[in-house]
Design a protein around this ligand. Sequence first.
Ligand code: FPP
Length: 229
Amino acid sequence: MDGNGRWAAERGLPRAEGHRRGVEALRRTVRAAGDLGISVLTIFSFSAENWSRPASEISDLMGLLRRFIRNDLAELHQANVRVRIIGERDDLDRDIRRLLVEAEDLTRGNDGLTLVVAFNYGARQEIAQAARRIAVEVAQGRLQAEAVSPELFSRYLHAPDIPDPDLIIRTSGEQRLSNFLLWQAAYSELIFVPINWPDFDRAALENAIAEYRRRERRFGGLMVAETGS
Ligand code: FPP
């Protein structure tokens, strides 16, 4: 969800207004994803590196997360959305940790769209944590080092039951992953759209999906024509 700050600057507005409009874009996108039959939507809403921003901006972002859960949780639940959170929770305020648990608990039984909120998330941190947990199990003799495969490693990530993303969309024209789902993105299609996140809407999502459909995914194999099948 990149470009909130630039969206605001272009209009002479404070960055906080860009983030507020970013939450509106998020609401639109969740609704559109549900309507389009997408099974999992993951949003990168606060990176492990975002702590380096000014304290006032961090406080704005935490406030928006609080308000999003307090105001939107009931509606998400009603819409059969299941909320999941990935990221490091220990550094977050206690009331936020409680809200995250509440969102997950309330929506646990829902089987519509799964909304994965990456909050205080960093892919390298996630991968290092998985490696650490595996190392402990090997050291304790509960796991053989030879058993460590990509499949086993995946089971130690934050949400092992969530499938790898088919498509990753980054807004604002930046063309990099910035520590987002590095392990899971091995074969994801990447689409970079030149619009800032607050302007993202259903049409932008549909366009990205249409481009995704035009791409041929080979997962390291051959093109269909080359296999003769
Ligand atoms: C990117 O814009 C956006 C963010 C870093 C924060 C987005 C998070 C929220 C709106 C918080 C609320 C979270 C939820 C789940 C409701 P940017 O500030 O990096 O923009 P810039 O690159 O143009 O400065």
